[in-house]
Design a protein around this ligand. Structure first.
Ligand code: AMP
Ligand code: ZN
Length: 471
């Protein structure tokens, strides 16, 4: 089955066909973080979803160019720069670095390009100029430049491609200056915001006077520059459909006269312990908050990948503990396979045809049906454990099973559990136990095993000697 995806633009699940006539190259833009704070676990659901889309495309043989911008100038950022009496670059740099480190901890493949809005002011001004030249943008009395929805619609263009909007409420010329607004406040939106005292040092000179860009035009300028006038995929959380993505379409199509994006994908929101995340409810987590509680990036990734991307997902600490158990089952099975394979070679072409890989692929190709994909993995774990227990796997078969697992993991991205460093006192206890066993003092050996367990370590006897693992 070919890859099928739900396209918000057509409101239907469609076969994915890239624009590239050779059917290989794919351009994908995901709206990146607004770097005014540490990204929270809800934001991470969306970025892990984007990583799943990219990995699925790569697994399916496409050559993806993944672009994710960094929004480093915007209303909320300017407010905090002012409050903290710092500079824009110092302030955003801190959160950008943290974001990229967290992205790595969560096992996300790094985007090929992470353009910053502040480094695209000429492209942004150029785009505004084009819109002004085409009569779709105008300068308001305060010096700011706005996009005219009325003029855009007057040219036969459709505003409201992602959402149905009620234009009866629209009063021509009514303007909204803020980057974020509700459907009910449908109005002309700001492309260039004239400098005001509160902006402090955050402004650029330009043909429309000193000022700074609106958030929406930033993404249009960066995506058009990186991926061309029309590209394959544009992603974001569902809250970005309106106004951000609707405005991106209007600006881009208004300036180029070409269709902007072929497939729009939106991820549903994450709730925490059944509620919208908020600091006052105490259910607001950044990745750092969770790693401080002892969870690893791969456990968090695994949990964020459990639900279908178009369904709201309830994140709980119990769920994280469940992800830990699920990963331990996979780790145990793949570790046994590695021992059995003992370096035997596998044929990668044969792995691609393995039943596990085929079942996993057809689940993902069904609009990224991740629950069905996980089910194929756990069926395989159960079956493989049985075959290992009844000594049915020879080294070549174990290597083939591992190669199939690696193909699946190229999408799941959970990798192997990091081996914990064994502290010297634990290694000493383990050695003492081995010596006790050799001396046939089994009582002492068992007591030492219990003591190690009490300290959180487990000893496994393998044909190649003992293995010490963290519980
Ligand atoms: P921001 O940094 O605020 O621009 O948001 C980054 C991404 O996180 C956007 O794609 C948002 O749609 C997404 N997002 C925000 N809140 C949530 C949430 N609770 N669940 C899932 N995604 C979210
Ligand atoms: Zn964007």
């Amino acid at each position: 089955m070919a890859l099928h995806l739900y396209n918000t633009l057509t409101r239907a699940v469609q076969t994915f066909t890239p624009l590239d006539p050779a059917g290989r190259a794919v351009g994908m833009y995901c709206c990146g973080p607004t770097v005014y704070d540490y990204a929270h676990i809800g934001n991470w659901r969306t970025f892990v979803f984007a990583d799943l889309v990219r990995r699925t495309l790569e697994f399916s043989g496409y050559q993806v160019r993944h672009v994710m911008n960094i929004t480093d100038v915007e209303d909320k950022i300017i407010k905090r720069v002012r409050e903290q009496n710092t500079t824009l670059r110092d302030f955003t740099g801190r959160y950008e670095t943290a974001f990229l480190a967290d992205l790595q901890s969560l096992g996300c493949r790094p985007p090929h390009l992470t353009p910053r809005a502040t480094e695209h002011i000429p492209e942004i001004l150029d785009l505004i100029q084009k819109l002004t030249d085409r009569g779709l943008a105008y300068r308001a009395p305060d010096g700011s430049v706005y996009f005219s929805i009325e003029k855009y619609r007057g040219c036969g263009c459709r505003y409201g491609q992602l959402l149905n909007l009620n234009f009866d409420e629209l009063r021509p010329g009514q303007r909204v200056a803020s980057d974020e607004y509700e459907k009910e406040s449908l109005a002309d939106f700001a492309l260039w915001k004239a400098r005001v005292p509160d902006d402090g040092a955050v402004f650029w000179p330009g043909p429309f006077g000193e000022g700074r860009p609106g958030w929406h035009i930033e993404c249009s300028a960066m995506s058009l520059k990186a991926l061309g006038q029309t590209f394959d995929l544009h992603l974001g959380g569902e809250d970005l459909k309106f106004p951000h993505h609707e405005d991106e379409i209007a600006q881009s199509e208004g300036a180029t006269g070409q269709p902007f994006v072929k497939y729009w994908l939106h991820g549903a929101h994450l709730l925490v312990e059944g509620k919208k995340m908020s600091k006052s409810l105490g259910n607001f987590f950044t990745l750092r908050d969770l790693t401080a509680k002892g969870f690893t990036g791969r456990e968090i990734r695994c949990l964020l990948l459990t639900a279908h991307y178009r369904e709201t997902f309830n994140f709980t600490l119990d769920g994280l503990a469940g992800a830990r158990t699920a990963l331990a089952r996979i780790d145990e099975c793949t570790a046994k396979l590695r021992d059995l394979a003992a370096g035997a070679a596998a044929n990668p072409a044969a792995a691609a045809e393995a039943p596990l890989v085929a079942a996993f692929r057809s689940a993902l190709h069904d609009d990224l049906n991740i629950s069905a994909a996980w089910a194929t993995v756990f069926d395989w774990v159960r079956d493989t454990n049985k075959r290992i227990a009844s000594a049915q796997l020879n080294p070549t078969e174990a290597a083939a099973a591992l190669a199939a697992w690696e193909q699946v993991d190229s999408v799941l991205g959970i990798g192997q559990k990091a081996e914990a460093d064994v502290p010297p006192e634990i290694a000493a206890l383990a050695e003492e136990r081995t010596a006790a066993k050799k001396a046939r003092d089994f009582k002492r050996a068992d007591a030492l095993r219990d003591e190690l367990k009490a300290q959180g370590w487990v000893i496994e006897d393998t044909p190649k000697g003992i293995k010490i693992k963290k519980l």
